[in-house]
Design a binder for this molecule. Structure first.
Ligand SMILES: [Zn+2]
Ligand SMILES: [Zn+2]
Length: 221
């Protein structure tokens, strides 16, 4: 809520929350915020079951194969490989046809998800770890295997591969997020992504966990 205010957004303008999956960094506080604002939240059945939300009167079920409309926005769910019950990520499309793709918490790319993220004008994508730093970092072997596995998180290189596959002339803004503080190095992220995008490392926008990002316009000329 504090961050919405910092970004100049009146929380009263929110119509709904969309929950990607049950992990604490994504699902904590959802009910409290929705109660406070008197709005519904959307989550898959698997996420709702895990969070004990089935039957909750604010819960709206999202099916992986069905877009949801909220006001003038269409929210297109995308199934991703991640170690949660039924994780979804989202592509948002407004009435003008501008598309924002949000993608994090996945261990590998699938042909289906690469398809759905085609034609985005903005992308917010996970660049979680550098494989070398993960292997020599502080995580215990089991956690390392989880993060690096097909149902874990995208490495910088996988993120770059994703960008290469969905890049097109209409893509105006890319921000990288969910960057591990222990298993990554921000300069490495910039380098790897700059190569994929074809720009200079300082032009790559990296998000920070405790700071809001600036606003980006997807219809810039
Ligand atoms: Zn996460
Ligand atoms: Zn997760």
């Amino acid at each position: 809520m504090q961050r919405l205010l910092e970004a100049g957004v009146d929380p009263g303008q929110l119509h709904a929350l969309f929950v990607t999956h049950e992990h604490g960094d994504h699902a904590r506080g959802v009910v409290a915020v929705c109660d406070h604002l008197n709005i519904p939240f959307y989550a898959s059945f698997g996420t709702a079951r895990k969070m004990d939300w089935v039957g909750h009167d604010r819960w709206r079920c999202i099916r992986a194969d069905e877009a949801v409309r909220v006001g003038s926005l269409e929210i297109i769910p995308v199934v991703v490989p991640h170690d949660a019950q039924e994780p979804l990520q989202f592509v948002l499309q407004n009435a003008d046809g501008h598309r924002l793709g949000i993608l994090s918490d996945l261990g590998s790319l699938t042909p289906h998800l690469v398809d759905v993220y085609q034609g985005c004008h903005g992308l917010q994508v996970e660049a979680n770890h550098d494989p070398q730093l993960l292997q020599t970092g502080p995580y215990p072997p089991s956690l390392r295997a989880r993060v690096a596995g097909a149902f874990g998180h995208l490495s910088n290189q996988q993120c770059a591969e994703f960008i290469r596959r969905v890049n097109w002339p209409g893509l105006r803004h890319i921000t990288a997020g969910h960057i591990s503080e222990k298993n990554n190095d921000r300069y490495l992220v910039s380098q790897v992504l700059a190569e994929a995008i074809g720009c200079e490392p300082h032009e790559v926008t990296l998000l920070e966990q405790d700071m809001i990002s600036p606003w980006y316009h997807l219809n810039d000329q």
